[in-house]
Design a protein around this ligand. Sequence first.
Ligand SMILES: NC(=O)c1ccc[n+]([C@@H]2O[C@H](COP(=O)([O-])OP(=O)(O)OC[C@H]3O[C@@H](n4cnc5c(N)ncnc54)[C@H](OP(=O)(O)O)[C@@H]3O)[C@@H](O)[C@H]2O)c1
Length: 253
Amino acid sequence: MRAIITGASTGIGREMAKYAYSLGMEVWITGQNASALATLSEECGKAPQLAADLSTHAGQSALLSWIHEVKIDLFVNNAGYGVWKDVVHAEDDELEKMIRLNVEALLRLSRVVAKSMVAQGHGCILNVASTAAFLPGPHMSAYYASKAFVLSFSESLHTELRRTGVTVTTLCPGPTKSQFFDRAGMGAMPLLDGPWMPQMTSASVAKAGVDAALRGKRRIVPGIMNYLSSKAPIFMPRYIQLGVLNWLQGPLK
Ligand SMILES: NC(=O)c1ccc[n+]([C@@H]2O[C@H](COP(=O)([O-])OP(=O)(O)OC[C@H]3O[C@@H](n4cnc5c(N)ncnc54)[C@H](OP(=O)(O)O)[C@@H]3O)[C@@H](O)[C@H]2O)c1
């Protein structure tokens, strides 16, 4: 079996590659950092690797050419990042670039890979959303909206593909130890990794996601606190969600 994983150079994606390899799968890895990919490739039986910026159309096309006519059993859209910044403080193209990765690349790659999996009669797609998909997120508004897209799109695609042998699983991690918070500029968040926001390891999130995808599950929210926060919209009106997230993610004054 062959697994192809985006965002494999660090964090959750890197752990997914290692876990899939430990299950006996051949893994193909992609990210931006070529030297991190080379190190991981050695750990995963000289895994084929591709360095590409998936926030660009050219980078997405390079990945699609690389996997053209390759039989894929598991495809993971994991590459993504957040921007912790009020909308009016964002640079020109800062949020738009994030959306091109978190939304456009995931949509394009899911569409092309799903089509070839339907033709081969089987396959699993694993799309990485977040518990952010269930809530509005003041001070990270475009990131939260991007993950709401991933969840809605991926669950609908899963339903469209019923009876084709192809499944689409959405992984919704909560706070997880990785480079995510530094990349998002969230190092200064006071509640980070406190009792209110316990962080899971990338390895445990990766295992939960890959196992769920191989079982063809529609959605997986690993961790009890994360599972409960995914249910918040049922018992918490939207205006309270906005207030809580505004408080939790408000920049230091
Ligand atoms: N950590 C959390 O708390 C958390 C919670 C919920 C959801 N998630 C989601 O989990 C996924 C993985 O994040 P992580 O926590 O593992 O963070 P991470 O350690 O920062 O890893 C992000 C990965 O995405 C890749 N990436 C970033 N920009 C890219 C681009 N323009 N083109 C191609 N690849 C790019 C990175 O590659 P390079 O390093 O080579 O640039 C890296 O491999 C993301 O979709 C994130 O939104 C994370």
